[in-house]
Design a binder for this molecule. Structure first.
Ligand code: GYE
Length: 330
């Protein structure tokens, strides 16, 4: 009987805790602990960048650190994200963290989160909403600035070309990373009469799709074109493009076909050291600690910084050192 009372008392105490803090109790052995519940909707696992980004979140939002993480993978489909967010609202999570697949379509679901009083933190890509107050904070890169690093490199490398033949491989359409990186190249093309866009193709940020698209393009060319630059909107696209180009007899390198990529994962830095990627622009995926700072600020009653950008760096072959490669966590 004593045990029954003890159990009842414990349950009542746990219930009181939930009512008091609005938080869900989590069982950790004998004890009941107050955890901050974070509902997280991730794009998918389309690239090495994305995998590193998810790992960074999972490493920070642990029970040990005081969180219960509800992690959902949208498999690159915006509609999956919208249903995840609605589930999180029903579950009355404390925070919603979203890495959006695309920018559009967010107004109503974020209004629902706001009506439920749940702060929304946008990570990596952006959302395009009428009412900016629906977003508590955004942590991520400035993708246009990244693209401009590449455009400036092209300007410096090809001073006065008679004609510069460029292939552009785009990322997932409608994602901020695609929009910003594409805009930079478009501005470069508009500013230089001799820059000539051979073709633009969709690589969806993946190696496989890019390999297929590049192979299909080269198969359709008779004779094969002279290519100076392949502007890939992420590393994985660059790996696929290089594989296809080499299969058709092209050499990738600064004095042959210069491949440009974004992310600068360790594998891309390796390619860069070998000279197969001529420029890789860094986009830091390790955003977990920055997102946690936002939550910590809010827990302490402070208004978080509304927009936090990670810094942009670009690497060429001569910048790659052993120390850089060894220290690379992704
Ligand atoms: O460059 C790419 C990923 O949104 C910054 O998405 C991200 C991009 C990144 O799949 O590799």
């Amino acid at each position: 009987m004593k045990r029954v009372w003890a159990a009842l008392l414990l349950t009542a105490a746990a219930l009181a805790l939930v009512l008091y803090s609005g938080r869900q109790p989590a069982e950790t052995g004998e004890e009941t602990e107050d955890l901050i519940v974070v509902g997280m909707s991730q794009v998918g696992a389309e690239s090495d960048w994305r995998v590193a980004n998810s790992e960074s979140m999972k490493a920070v939002f642990t029970e040990e650190n005081g969180y219960r993480l509800l992690f959902e993978d949208a498999k690159q489909k915006p509609e999956n994200q919208f249903s995840s967010i609605r589930r999180f609202i029903q579950q009355q999570v404390d925070y919603i963290v979203v890495m959006p697949v695309e920018e559009s379509g967010w107004d109503s679901v974020l209004q629902e989160a706001s009506a439920a009083g749940i702060p929304v933190i946008v990570v990596d890509r952006k959302v395009d909403v009428q009412d900016e107050t629906l977003i508590t904070a955004r942590v991520g890169a400035d993708f246009y600035a990244e693209g401009m690093e590449a455009v400036r490199w092209m300007e410096q490398t090809y001073k006065d070309p008679a004609q510069l033949n460029i292939i552009h491989i785009q990322g997932t359409h409608g994602s901020t990373a695609q929009i910003g990186r594409t805009q930079a190249l478009e501005d470069g093309l508009a500013a230089h009469e001799t820059w000539n866009l051979l073709t633009r193709m969709d690589g969806d940020f993946t190696r496989a799709k890019t390999y297929e698209a590049m192979t299909a393009y080269l198969e359709s060319c008779e004779p094969l074109p002279q290519i100076h630059v392949v502007y890939c909107e992420n590393d994985n696209e660059a790996f696929g493009a290089i594989q296809a180009l080499e299969a058709f007899g092209y050499t990738c390198g600064k004095d042959a076909v210069a491949v440009i990529s974004f992310d600068a994962t360790r594998e891309a830095l390796e390619y860069c050291r070998q000279g197969k990627i001529s420029l890789t622009v860094e986009c830091d995926p390790l955003l977990g600690p920055l997102v946690e700072e936002v939550i910590r600020d809010m827990e302490a009653g402070k208004a978080p910084e509304k927009e936090r950008h990670v810094k942009v760096r670009a690497f060429r072959q001569e910048d790659i050192t052993d120390a850089l490669l060894e220290g690379r966590q992704y």
